[in-house]
Design a protein around this ligand. Structure first.
Ligand code: HEM
Length: 395
């Protein structure tokens, strides 16, 4: 079991971080938890919360004490489902899986894709300039859905379902609740597909997914890990980047002076990408189990507990960033926790940054300002972003 009562001397809190209200606007809860202690027992969920930058970073970089092999989700059911994929493994098995998953995502492997990604981004922007559009569908989804899902290489039906599957899968990461439970049936469909359909002969030749099976054929990874390793690509490759791009457009619409700065000086684009990921963190939190008793800044975490690592809270820690709630594209936020840190830091970060940079560059060429008409935030256990964002990108 990953949940247990707190020791009496621990900072504790009744804050409900997964209530609708907190998910839509988590920042004051995060601040309260950061101020309450280095790790705080969440009474409502039976788990600890790490919300300060230094503590989240320490946990992610100390895998012997805080392993991923017991799962990184906030409920036991889900932690047993993904056991053995890259995200939920440790040590040699993790390294072997990660080497295979990372192969097509290293900068030299991505270089040949750059021009295609830039051209697609320019095409998308040409299509939307001067029109009132839903930026989620017409801007943010385009690159992940057309380019990335093609590279992953699932057969047709899988590609169509990937968006729904990914979002529902991340919902299943939360503590057990009606919201979490309602996503489990879709997860079942995804797992079935990963086992029966995402297999050699059905996958696109030369695709990333096929390369995982090839690696298993050469003995580089365990063959029985292939279905869950399909999830390493099917789960995090789309929604994360889509939410990042929609959050960026929302931020630029609300802070026109920041967009002016980017347009005037394109060398700010890489730091603007980091700043978006810092301040809105598309993945807000995962967790780790505690393998042995461990003291953090005077508080002793007991072996057997589970601690939630709130990347999104660490990224807004006033102990680490000056004026953390202000969006500033000139800030040096390269060390943000939006991609995690340590041995499990996101393998897709180069691709995600490439996509974001391409979209920002294409927008900067054609768009003077974003007029925001209507927004609907996703009500989601883990992911932060929009389901609908109506804007007019003015030339
Ligand atoms: C803006 C977009 C993205 C964000 C914010 C993001 C965020 C993250 C985070 C926070 C982790 C750390 C997990 C941990 O601490 O346990 C992670 C890991 C991972 N990400 Fe991403 N991700 C993004 C894009 C992608 C893409 C495009 C892919 C694949 C093409 C991808 C694949 C993975 C995989 C396989 C892992 C597990 C790595 C490991 O456990 O060694 N991600 N991501």
């Amino acid at each position: 079991m990953g949940t247990m009562p707190a020791r009496d001397d621990h900072p504790r809190s009744a804050v409900e971080v997964y209530s609708d209200q907190a998910l839509l606007d988590p920042w004051h809860c995060y601040r309260e938890l950061r101020d309450a202690g280095p790790v705080v027992f969440l009474e409502r969920y039976g788990m600890y919360a790490a919300t300060r930058y230094s503590v989240v970073d320490h946990i992610l970089r100390t895998p012997d004490v805080f392993p991923s092999g017991e799962g990184v989700m906030m409920n036991d059911e889900m932690n047993s489902v993904l056991r053995g994929n890259t995200l939920c493994s440790d040590g040699d098995a993790h390294e072997a899986n990660r080497r295979v998953i990372l192969r097509p995502l290293r900068p030299p492997a991505l270089r040949p894709l750059q021009e295609r990604i830039r051209a697609e981004a320019r095409m998308v922007v040409d299509r939307v300039v001067g029109r009132r559009v839903d930026a989620v569908v017409e801007i943010a989804q385009h690159l992940p859905v057309t380019v990335v899902s093609d590279l992953v290489g699932l057969p047709e039906r899988g590609r169509e379902r990937m968006l729904v599957w990914a979002s529902e899968m991340f919902n299943c990461f939360g503590p057990m609740s009606d919201r979490t439970r309602s996503s489990f049936s879709v997860l079942g469909e995804m797992m079935q597909y990963a086992t029966d359909e995402a297999v050699p002969g059905k996958l696109k030749p030369g695709s990333w997914a096929e390369a995982v099976h090839d690696a298993a054929g050469r003995g580089e990874v365990a063959p029985e890990a292939c279905p869950v390793m399909m999830i390493d690509y099917m789960g995090p490759s789309l929604d994360t980047t889509i939410f990042a791009i929609s959050s960026a457009i929302w931020l630029f619409a609300n802070h026109p002076e920041q967009w002016d700065a980017v347009r005037a000086d394109r060398s700010l684009i890489p730091s603007a990408v980091n700043e978006v990921l810092r301040i809105e963190s598309p993945i807000q939190d995962f967790s780790r189990s505690v393998a042995v008793d461990h003291e953090i800044d005077g508080v002793r975490l007991p072996a057997g507990a589970r601690v939630i690592t709130f990347y999104g809270a660490g990224n807004r820690d006033e102990r680490r960033y000056v004026d953390p709630d202000s969006f500033d594209v000139r800030r040096d936020a390269a060390d943000h926790l939006g991609f995690g840190a340590g041995p499990h830091q996101c393998v897709g970060l180069n691709l995600a940054k490439l996509e974001m940079r391409a979209v920002f560059e294409a927008l900067a060429d054609r768009v003077r300002a974003f007029e925001l008409h209507h927004e609907e935030r996703a009500l989601h256990n883990i992911l932060r972003g929009f389901t609908r964002l109506e804007v007019t990108p003015h030339p």
